[in-house]
Design a protein around this ligand. Structure first.
Ligand code: ADP
Ligand code: MG
Ligand code: ZN
Length: 498
């Protein structure tokens, strides 16, 4: 039997507000347990919540960027359940009237794009964390995260493969990061995703029973978990079994999903409007102001890069997958005029330098910072000197483009820049790495190489053209990479009488 795969995704994005959703406590990650709490987020009797304006603004901006209708009248509801990390015994969320509804996002799949519909995006508060430490008795509760603002974004069941789910999540995460409403950190849980997955016999209209997947904190695990679950459900159905509606956790070590709990129905939560909070009325002019102020979004920015810098779609995708890296690229490229080049002239080399060579140098460092860290001052595993000023990087790339330094020297200089904060000129000057274009000097090296390579010269005379490449390589090596490769080629051919 063949089945169609049906997937809808729920994302909890932590909003980057300074304070929590309904109180003035801070939202910093990783502080000592329960140090960011107050009577409101501890759920003490008599305390009253107040809506965080910044969180509402962020939700509106995200909703507009996702082509949603913004609910002019929306209200908060209590979602009732008991768990130790939820001191009030209910979570303040939105139910009947979410702040954003009926949107869509276009994402890159295969060679084209696919439109994924957004069913709703609503504001809610996060719960705290239960901490289970080995070597201590019992479990503890840390309420620092309790009350942190979340935007829960729910799609229609429009996806049908792991590839589409990953593309959707990357596209959504990009949008939220471009808007600066979420830091997108999957590791720290600021961008959590829960795919819902079901199968139905090919051609059948009605959906099958779905399973919700949790504990997925990287794109790699999204792919693995979805692919595993498709296989598992196919097997169950083929063996005549039934899928149980449940929540399953992705187990990283075992590479499989396992039952966490059976899934509640919405009515189990006894949702009702929160009487402590007034309904939220948003003025149209206020909403329109945010619409007008939206930044250039990833998809649009990608198209512009391809036009302005002559980049391929592949390269623009690589750059645009991280806003910090892309900002860095554009900041470096803005220096093109100063070094006498146009955007089109620098585009490809600069992009290649950042995504391939720069990353290659970072990989050599023991603390292995990634490109985001290397292109954002003040971030990273250690407060490092790996950050390279974009203007300096542009200067280096410009020298390579103009042929002032050879490929090997360019790499050496880049390596020294990443470690030290020095400019390319400083390093080239100090290390005597200037390119040698002087014909006399190059001829001298060629003569030496030819004298040492009688066999290759003989081969060339017999008509073997390929040995020229070998000889050029030998000359470049003998010059310490400093000889101008164009000149070497020209002079070598002259000497060989080619
Ligand atoms: P729940 O109340 O269990 O959270 P919802 O109806 O709110 O379920 O849907 C949650 C997510 O699951 C949505 O993204 C939705 O598109 C998706 N979904 C709903 N039904 C199915 C199904 N049968 N198969 C796959 N995904 C589904
Ligand atoms: Mg749900
Ligand atoms: Zn508080």
């Amino acid at each position: 039997m063949t089945y169609d795969v049906v997937i809808g995704v729920e994302v909890h994005a932590q909003l980057r507000t300074k304070s929590k959703m309904f109180c003035g406590c801070g939202t910093t990650f990783g502080l000592s347990a329960n140090s960011q709490t107050c009577p409101v987020c501890l759920g003490l009797p008599g305390s009253l919540p107040v809506i965080n304006r910044a969180a509402v603004e962020m939700a509106v901006r995200a909703g507009l960027a996702l082509n949603c209708t913004i609910g002019a009248h929306n209200r908060f509801a209590r979602k009732n359940y008991f768990y130790p990390d939820l001191p009030k015994g209910y979570q303040i969320s939105q139910y009947e009237s979410p702040i954003c509804e009926h949107g869509w996002i276009e994402v890159a799949v295969g060679n084209g794009t696919k439109r994924i519909r957004i069913r709703r995006a609503h504001l809610e508060e996060d719960a705290g964390k239960n901490v289970h430490e080995t070597g201590t008795s019992g479990s503890r509760v840390d309420l620092n995260r309790a009350g942190t603002p979340l935007l829960e974004i729910v799609t229609e069941p429009d996806m049908s493969s792991a590839e589409e789910v990953v593309a959707y999540l990357k596209g959504l995460r990009d949008v939220l990061m471009y808007l600066d409403v979420c830091d997108g950190n999957m590791d720290e849980g600021s961008f959590r995703c829960e795919p819902n997955l079901s199968l139905r016999p090919a051609g059948q209209q009605a959906f099958g029973t779905k399973v919700e997947l949790k504990n997925i904190n990287s794109f790699k695990f999204v792919k693995d978990a979805v692919e595993y679950e498709i296989k598992r459900q196919t097997k169950v159905l083929n063996e005549g079994g039934k899928i149980t509606q449940e929540t399953r956790l992705w187990n990283i070590e075992r590479g499989e999903t396992a039952v966490m709990r059976s899934k509640e129905e919405a009515h189990d939560y006894r949702y009702f409007p929160d009487p402590d909070l007034v309904p939220l009325q948003l003025e149209q002019a206020w909403i329109d102001g945010f619409r007008a102020g939206l930044p250039e979004l990833p998809a649009v920015r990608k198209k512009r890069l391809e036009r302005e810098y002559g980049l391929s779609e592949y390269v623009s995708n690589v750059l645009a997958s991280d806003k910090n890296v892309l900002d860095y690229f554009e900041s470096a490229a803005s220096e093109a005029g100063r070094v006498g080049l146009t955007k089109i002239e620098v585009g490809k080399e600069l992009a290649n330098c950042i995504t391939v060579d720069f990353q290659g140098q970072l990989n050599k460092l023991t603390y292995a910072p990634n490109l985001t860290q290397a292109t954002t001052p003040g971030t990273g595993p250690v407060p490092g000197p790996f950050w390279v000023d974009p203007a300096n990087l542009m200067e280096l790339v410009a020298r390579k483009i103009k042929g002032e330094i050879s490929g090997p020297i360019y790499k050496v200089v880049l390596e020294k820049m990443v470690g030290t904060g020095k400019t390319a000129s400083e390093i080239i000057e100090a290390e005597g790495l200037k390119q040698v274009s002087d014909e006399g000097a190059i001829e001298k090296i060629i003569d030496e190489v030819l004298a040492k390579s009688p066999a290759q010269v003989a081969q060339f005379k017999e008509g073997k053209q390929q040995v020229v490449g070998f000889l050029v390589g030998q000359v470049m090596k003998a010059s310490g990479g400093k000889a101008n490769p164009g000149k070497v080629n020209e002079l070598l051919k002259k000497k060989l009488g080619a």
